[in-house]
Design a binder for this molecule. Sequence first.
Ligand code: GTP
Ligand code: MG
Length: 170
Amino acid sequence: MAYAYLFKYIIIGDTGVGKSCLLLQFTDKRFQPVHDLTIGVEFGARMITIDGKQIKLQIWDTAGQESFRSITRSYYRGAAGALLVYDITRRDTFNHLTTWLEDARQHSNSNMVIMLIGNKSDLESRREVKKEEGEAFAREHGLIFMETSAKTASNVEESDSGSVWCGLGA
Ligand code: GTP
Ligand code: MG
């Protein structure tokens, strides 16, 4: 299909936070209950329409495991935006955000927009990181912030689609 713009995005964050599930929900509108560990990098795409213009989003889903970190670093180049994801039920994934941010800033274009995502918002009873903490981290580091659920699809559309991304990448 013809498109007016092509934007590349990258999804980063610790293993198991739900990066692949967020992508699957965005591209296929389904949820994968099993953790299929991403090896290296995977790729997804979807068309969105903003102001009547067709925009193709090319999304790179990276592996969170430490051993893949150097591969991930090579995918930042040319990305208009990044989703930096943590799991609201695992504080360690929130604690590692600073390291991810350093990596992202060092290896990307200086104008890459980073969006902080607190995923698994459906698991309220197991929450370890308050929403306010995510908001504060985002404010301190100049990031956009949103909590999502790849399971219920809550906020998944907003977190990936034009409203947030395209004005920034254009
Ligand atoms: P790596 O590929 O190893 O970096 O992990 P990942 O970040 O891609 O994690 P993945 O998407 O594979 O999800 C890990 C596990 O969390 C899976 O069992 C998912 O079903 C589960 N999961 C992901 N998102 C959600 C969510 O929003 N809610 C709930 N309840 N579970 C989720
Ligand atoms: Mg994955």
